[in-house]
Ligand binder design. Structure first.
Ligand SMILES: [Zn+2]
Length: 110
């Protein structure tokens, strides 16, 4: 194998994403494509909060917040801790929070 085709092979290896990775990446962008989910994730960047607290802070219905938290939980972007009857939600993935922060910075510099 000459050097050129070695380079080509390397490039191909880097570019090929498997089906599962593609699925997770596209689901992640889907999660970040909704303004309400963006607001919730942004709120949970720094602190854990109950459904009530999130709903009050963002002036949303509790059912709306619960629905979006389930979506985010399924993708393992948030987690919760149970304290009595209350669930406290927090960020469960620093990669996605970084993507969110970067994208917010991108929006702000325009
Ligand atoms: Zn930018």
């Amino acid at each position: 194998m000459d050097n050129e085709s070695k380079e080509e092979k390397k490039t191909n290896e880097v570019e090929q994403l498997d089906e599962e990775t593609l699925f997770v990446v596209s689901q992640t962008f889907k999660a970040l494509s909704d303004p309400t989910r963006i607001r919730i994730l942004h709120l949970l960047c720094e602190q854990e909060m109950s459904v009530n607290q999130i709903a009050e802070t963002l002036e949303l219905r509790q059912s709306t917040v619960s629905h979006q938290l389930r979506f985010l939980k399924n993708l393992r972007l948030v987690k919760y801790r149970r304290a009595g009857t209350t669930l406290f939600y927090s960020n469960d993935d620093d990669h996605v929070i970084n993507v969110l922060q970067q994208t917010i910075n991108h929006a702000l510099h325009h």
